[in-house]
Design a protein around this ligand. Structure first.
Ligand code: BGC
Length: 886
């Protein structure tokens, strides 16, 4: 039966704050038949759920498009609930029923944000680095049709109503480039209100806004003072609206959160915790009226990224006593989040916890690599009944927790690891017959979870946790397999665009907190525009388009993408060879000089290669956006850069002049090698690899693509052998050392048990996990066109092409796109290749099997022909079983 299984509005099921007056809809189709394709759709949008008089009724629109279908009716009103439904007809003439209704509510749209920002008066002298509390009461009648709270803060806030915490989002309003974009959250508070008197309150922490940030020991990056701005809107059945805004009648005071900082943890004195503060009738001594503070309300925008939520709760695996006698909880998994605990004791007793990623070679608690981040939880008991606690405006990257103080016996069951990250749908399942690779996959996935806490961070534990552009750029291709990351990156890219330097330069970190302080810091000479880092401005929007088909992200970012390419063009010699400026280059490569972080690949080669890459993606983007002239101009520029690269970096006889692994990798993957020089380049690359025993010596820019460079050039044998190495340096070396995430350095923990300098040795850095993408495409065998050339982005059409090797005998990959599940399950047995393939309705697939067309059988029967890469067929939706002699 033909059915709409899901209708979404702007990526969400029933969104409460749609930012666009012309939102886009997408739907997934379910059917028991094969070859199902949508022939037409009919979309309705209405104020009332009966759809009696719709605002939009498209009628039957002949179109196969089922994602990003834009609302084209009368302008939507701000803060209004609408309903949408869709039905479709397929190419066989079958017609679906109406879908379930998608309820969506608009945000403020073009209305101004008017709620004042209020702060605790400075005269109260609350503890430095702690939280302040703000509260008010209001009276309402019985006629409540809907009640919403729209809330933001300079700092981080928690909202409370009548003694209940509102919503489950943490670390709100998240981290954006606050002076340019400050997000508000929308809460449905109807069920928390009661007729008569109600209490509303908020706890405010310093967070990223005013708290300690960076290794430079600075604070107040965006301003010195936290403030809250909230607007409660209560609508009666007659449509009357009551507005309750923050103002100077609100009361403010201190509370139990005496100190809470992103890096340093929290000090909480439960003796000061009076639950009545956010209930009606609270009479606090020492509280005072809040003060209004000046803030730019024009930068307030609806939240555009997913909220950070508690995602998983992990139990303690083991309570260890270390050789030094430390009592340590082992959660068995390196994660981002915090510890929730229970305790019972006397008033004034303490629970003191420290956090670590690893134990040292002797098995003792090791925190040196946290650098300046204290990650300390210091809780004072109220005394009496059992107490439970979770911190508020901080998070830790940890696997081990040292219990320095605790009243009574330390029992694992009284503690749990609360995993936090941005809400994203898990989209990938990948396994194969090699258990070590499955563990690597686990680590790659946890590397992403640990570093997707509101922004894509480098690491979650030390005094950084910043949105390093290079890391995000190399990993986005893998992230976009693992999870639905389009809204997450859309938000971050908006901040990238907001923080881009006027001349097109791209900050090292987004939100950019380095450029504004660069002139004050002796050690911070540069803060923006390194090759491979700045390219995030181009690579990330392009990947969002290629994987999700969202051309709006491209359109929004196009000016920023272009500005970056033009920035380089102005600096490059003759506009082609970028041979100046500061670059991280092939960061932390193993071919760096002893003690250096800078790999041996020459910066001009890396910078010119990436310049070519970004220019090509910009040309493709221009094409997608219908900017034909610009597309042609950037294609031409790309050809010129490639030609210049070839004459600069290849000798006349065809030898690549810079003999490093990453030089070969970039040249091969980015199409910089001429056909004439290809076989020699590949041979030279392979012989260089042999010199290091087939091990990689690459860094941030080479490592992600090393298997690809080999696999695409006839040496998939080398790619597999690299991937499957278990001795140092390799991906699986980390697995043999018990890693549960991916490390910053291939040699974070060296074979002799010593560690990299604690200066910079994170055990949870996703960048090297970027090899995941190669595994999914080549072992799993599922990919989409990322060249933009087929005009079918975002899993509308996929390729299944497993390339077995390395002794792997089976694999299963399943990816849940907006259309449904695309999956291939294959195994090798007795000289035959068996595959089961799922193609969701309204999508197509190209299947390439290792073998000859005449040797393929299966059901339903499909016609294979011999292509250059194997037996090839094009199929529509359905489930297929096939086998092939090889
Ligand atoms: C970060 C990286 C980042 C790098 C820039 C480090 O401190 O952790 O991952 O990209 O600096 O070189």
């Amino acid at each position: 039966m033909l059915k709409i299984s899901e209708l979404t509005c702007e990526y969400e099921k029933n969104p409460l704050a749609v930012a666009s007056a012309r939102p886009r809809f997408g739907w997934a189709i379910e059917s028991g038949s094969v070859d199902v394709a949508q022939a037409s759709y009919r979309l309705q949008v209405a104020l009332d759920e009966s759809f009696a008089s719709p605002l939009l009724d498209t009628g039957d629109v002949a179109s196969g498009i089922s994602q990003f279908v834009r609302y084209s009716g009368k302008s939507l009103k701000p803060r209004t609930r609408y309903h949408a439904r869709v039905r479709i007809t397929d190419t066989d003439g079958d017609r679906s029923d109406w879908s379930a209704v998608c309820r969506f509510e608009t945000s403020f749209l073009n209305e101004k944000w008017t709620a004042p920002f209020i702060a605790t008066p400075l005269s109260l002298k609350l503890p430095k680095g702690g939280a302040s509390y703000l509260r008010s009461e209001f009276v309402i009648g019985t006629d409540i049709e809907s009640a919403r709270a729209y809330v933001t803060a300079l700092g981080l806030y928690e909202l409370w109503i009548n003694g209940t915490r509102v919503g489950d989002a943490l670390l709100t309003p998240g981290w954006t480039s606050y002076s340019k974009r400050l997000a508000y959250q929308t809460y449905d508070i109807g069920s928390l209100l009661k007729p008569g008197k109600n209490a509303i309150g908020a706890v405010l922490g310093e967070g990223w806004y005013a708290g300690d940030l960076t290794w430079l020991k600075r604070r107040n990056f965006y301003g010195p003072r936290t403030a809250l701005s909230a607007s409660v809107r209560i609508r009666s059945a007659q449509g009357r609206e009551r507005i309750i805004n923050t103002d100077e009648t609100w009361q403010s005071g201190g509370g139990p959160v005496l100190y809470s900082q992103i890096y340093h943890g929290e000090t909480f004195d439960a003796r000061l915790d009076d639950a009545a503060w956010c209930r009606t009738g609270f009479r606090a001594s020492g509280w005072a009226n809040a003060e209004a503070v000046a803030a730019d309300a024009s930068v307030v925008v609806p939240q555009d990224g997913p909220p950070v939520l508690r995602q998983e709760i992990l139990p303690v695996r083991e309570v260890i006593v270390t050789p030094k006698g430390e009592k340590v909880l082992d959660f068995g998994q390196l994660m981002s989040g915090w510890v929730a605990f229970k305790a019972r004791g006397r008033a004034g007793d303490k629970v003191v916890l420290k956090h670590a990623e690893v134990l040292d070679a002797d098995g003792n608690f090791y925190t040196a690599n946290m650098r300046g981040a204290k990650n300390l939880i210091d809780y004072t008991l109220r005394g009496g009944a059992e107490e439970s606690f979770e911190p508020h405006f901080t998070f830790q990257g940890f696997r081990y927790v040292m219990v320095e103080q605790y009243p009574g016996e330390v029992k694992g069951e009284d503690f749990s690891g609360v995993v936090l990250h941005s809400q994203m749908e898990k989209t990938l399942d990948f396994t194969c017959s090699n258990e070590m690779l499955n563990k690597l996959q686990h680590n790659i996935e946890w590397g992403w979870k640990g570093n997707a806490v509101d922004i894509p961070t480098d690491c979650p534990q030390r005094d950084e946790r910043l949105g390093w552009t290079g890391d995000a750029q190399v990993f986005i291709g893998t992230a976009a397999y693992l999870y639905g990351v389009a809204p997450f990156f859309r938000k971050w890219l908006r901040d990238l665009k907001a923080d881009q330097i006027a001349d097109g330069g791209v900050p090292f970190v987004i939100p950019d907190i380095l450029t504004p302080i660069a002139h004050l810091e002796e050690k911070l000479k540069e803060s923006h525009s390194s090759t491979g880092w700045g390219d995030a401005a181009v690579v990330c929007p392009w990947m969002a388009y290629a994987r999700y088909g969202d051309a709006e992200i491209l359109a929004e970012q196009y000016a920023s993408m272009k500005a970056w390419v033009e920035y380089i063009r102005r600096r490059a010699r003759d506009g082609k060879i970028w041979d100046n400026g500061f670059h991280f280059g092939d960061w932390v490569a193993l071919d760096a000089k002893e003690g250096s972080y800078f790999g041996a690949t020459p910066n001009d080669l890396t910078a010119t290669a990436y310049y070519a890459y970004s220019t090509r993606l910009l040309a493709l983007s221009a094409e997608v956006l219908g900017k034909k002239k610009e597309a042609a101009a950037y294609r031409k520029l790309h050809r010129e850069i490639v030609a210049a690269f070839r004459s600069e970096f290849f000798t006349p006889s065809g030898r690549l002049a810079a003999r490093t692994q990453t030089s070969y990798i970039l040249a091969l993957v980015l199409g910089l090698v001429s056909d004439k020089n290809r076989s020699r380049t590949v041979a030279d690359f392979v012989s260089l690899l042999d010199e290091s025993g087939g091990h990689m010596t690459t860094g941030f820019l080479g490592t992600p693509w090393i298997c690809r460079a080999l696999g695409e050039n006839g040496r998939i044998d080398y790619a597999y052998s690299l991937l499957l190495k278990e001795d140092y340096p390799s991906w699986l070396y980390q697995v043999t050392r018990g890693a549960t995430t991916v490390w910053e350095h291939l040699d974070g923990l060296k074979p002799d048990g010593t560690m990299w300098s604690p200066d910079m040795n994170s055990f949870n850095h996703y960048a090297y996990g970027a090899v995941g993408e190669w595994m999914y495409k080549n072992i799993g065998g599922l990919s989409v066109d990322e060249t933009g050339l087929t005009g079918e982005a975002g899993f509308k059409s996929v390729t299944f092409r497993p390339q077995p090797g390395g002794g792997i005998t089976s694999s299963r990959i399943a990816y849940r796109s907006a259309y449904g599940t695309h999956a291939i399950d294959w195994k090798l047995d007795d000289g035959k290749f068996f595959a089961t393939i799922d193609v969701p309705p309204n999508t197509t697939a190209t299947v390439i099997l290792p073998g000859k067309a005449r040797d393929v059988t299966g059901s339903p029967r499909i016609a294979f022909s011999d292509g250059t890469d194997g037996a090839t067929a094009n199929i529509g939706s359905g489930t297929y079983r096939m086998e092939c002699r090889i």
